[in-house]
Design a protein around this ligand. Structure first.
Ligand code: AMP
Length: 214
């Protein structure tokens, strides 16, 4: 099964993709995660993307397409994959379609996670993760049970994403509306678009996804 998760930053795509990965044994392919590891490793690709990401802009289609297609070529995703954060522009969606046709791969569902912008600013600016295991927390909605100690692994170091500040979030949201939203109708016209209410609690959104996927 191959899925595309669509939704603005903060909609919960990464959280749900991790659940889908564990539950269905399909591979999460997040272009945001790939870019962050390129930046962390100091690679040339990371250097090219870093500034745009910090300003909340979109990295060029060419760079994204080379990166994701090469990852898809070298990954073992026989059971399928979840595309998280890709495609984000019409040229990316069209290039993906072409590549899928050439390789005889089918997308089963494109799932849009619907949320309110204002709630996203609060969600994103309050989120942080354990540096050790990547477990996600939030200043208001999900604090560790013991202050400053990770529930999952006992780690005591936490990190926040460099682009999770109010100004950058607003720019990421406006990019979403201008450049990514048009691909919702692109997939609607193909008849593979489904949607879930991303404003619900994490478990509730997961239940909706299960219903959609069947
Ligand atoms: P994300 O983790 O999906 O929120 O992505 C973090 C940042 O990486 C975005 O704000 C963009 O700067 C960049 N990025 C991730 N995926 C894409 C994409 N498909 N196209 C362009 N830029 C992207």
């Amino acid at each position: 099964m191959n899925l595309i998760l669509l939704g603005p930053p903060g909609a919960g795509k990464g959280t749900q993709a991790k659940w889908l990965e564990d539950h269905y044994g399909i591979l999460q392919l997040s272009t945001g995660d790939m870019l962050r590891s390129e930046v962390a490793s100091g690679s040339e690709l990371g250097e090219q993307a870093k500034e745009v990401m910090e300003m909340g802009g979109l990295v060029s289609d060419e760079l994204i397409l080379n990166m994701i297609f090469s990852r898809m070529k070298h990954s073992n995703y026989k059971s399928g994959c979840i595309l998280d954060g890709f495609p984000r522009t019409t040229p990316q969606a069209e290039a993906l379609d072409k590549m899928l046709v050439e390789n005889d791969i089918k997308i089963d569902h494109v799932i849009e996670m619907r949320v309110d912008d204002e709630a996203m600013v609060e969600r994103i600016t309050g989120r942080y993760t354990c540096s050790e295991c990547g477990m996600g927390y939030h200043d208001s909605f999900k604090k560790p049970k013991v202050e400053e100690v990770c529930d999952n692994c006992g780690g005591i170091e936490f990190v926040r994403r460099a682009d999770d500040n109010t100004e950058t979030v607003r720019s990421r949201l406006s990019n979403y509306h201008e450049q990514t939203e048009p691909i919702i109708s692109y997939y609607g016209d193909k008849g593979i678009l489904r949607s879930v209410d991303g404003m619900q609690a994490i478990d509730e959104v997961t239940k909706q996804l299960k219903r959609v996927i069947g």
